[in-house]
Write a protein that binds this ligand. Structure first.
Ligand SMILES: [Zn+2]
Ligand SMILES: [Zn+2]
Length: 307
């Protein structure tokens, strides 16, 4: 690739794909597509584009090679741990939540959600509201031992690539979903806003973990993208307990946890410091939080001999 093409890719790929995806989502939903099908179709197209581009312009070539069969576990996580739990929670809670939303707006005497403002502003509002919940769920997962056992599955990744976006323990996903999406439903956000919010989250999540040599420049003050998120996966706790935003870094800025040093490169060696033997494989990941002392013991045995 010529240096000019590399530069164009580095600075143009994210805005072209991300904003193109949101535009396509709006066009499809307004053209009569079901929001769920539109979100699925656009997300799948972006997965092909992002995953394919990792082969062309990776950030770290060492991240191109699978580690301990990680892609099989990550594929299972994407469907069974990340896509399925929200569907189950939605199915069992939709009646109660909708009832609570109606009761809330009746109590206040007006709709709590500003349906009349432009769609793009509703989407921005949805992000700021939902990220407050997900910021604190994510931060508590890092700061409390029992919750960390669930979240450690995500941080056990030994390399970053687009499919890490789905690598979560299902109970981690469930807690994140409640913190992130319940406030939007309770406030009465419309289905079009919720669909676009889901699309933003899906495409941003893939970019956030992608092994792509792309730069955001000043947009790193808006999006919680790969340049920030690579530090979140650092093996050092002081670097990893930062950048909690799933989509935007607004609450990291507010609460002082945004971290993007300008004097050094992001860590190429990532994962959980001191736990190189964290189990690999989907079933082992599901069990890990519930047999924690065994996981710690196995990790200790996998450490290089210090004597
Ligand atoms: Zn985390
Ligand atoms: Zn991550």
């Amino acid at each position: 690739m010529s240096s000019r093409a590399k530069w164009l890719f580095r600075w143009g790929f994210f805005p072209a794909v991300f904003f193109g995806a949101l535009g396509a989502g709006v066009a499809l939903v307004r053209g009569g597509w079901s929001p769920m099908v539109a979100v699925g179709a656009v997300t799948f197209s972006c997965a092909l584009l992002i995953g394919g581009s990792e082969k062309v312009q990776p950030r770290f070539t060492s991240w191109a090679e699978p580690r301990r069969g990680d892609w099989k576990a990550d594929l299972a996580h994407t469907f069974l741990s990340t896509l399925l739990p929200p569907e189950i929670i939605r199915a069992v809670s939709v009646g109660t939540l909708t009832g609570a939303a109606v009761w809330l707006s009746a109590t206040v005497g007006a709709s709590l959600w500003p349906h009349g403002i432009p769609l793009v502003l509703q989407l921005v509002l949805a992000m700021v509201v939902s990220e407050f919940g997900s910021y604190w769920v994510h931060r508590l997962m890092h700061e409390h031992e029992l919750l960390w056992r669930l979240h450690s599955v995500h941080h056990s990744a030994e390399r970053l690539y687009w499919l890490n976006a789905g690598r979560f323990h299902p109970l981690d996903t469930a807690l994140q979903y409640v913190g992130q999406t319940f406030p939007l439903i309770l406030l009465g956000a419309g289905p079009e806003v919720v669909a676009l919010f889901s699309l933003w989250t899906a495409v941003h999540g893939m970019f956030q973990h992608a092994n792509l040599d792309i730069r955001l420049g000043p947009l790193n003050w808006i999006f919680s993208m790969a340049e920030l998120h690579r530090w979140h996966h650092s093996t050092l706790q002081t670097e990893g307990n930062t950048n909690y935003g799933a989509n935007i870094c607004f609450w990291d800025v507010v609460f002082g946890t945004r971290f993007l040093p300008s004097d050094r490169e992001p860590p190429e060696e990532i994962g959980i410091g001191g736990m190189p033997g964290f189990p690999a494989g989907y079933a082992a990941h599901l069990a890990a939080p519930f047999r924690w002392s065994g996981v710690v013991e196995e990790s200790r045995e996998a450490l290089p001999d210090q004597s």
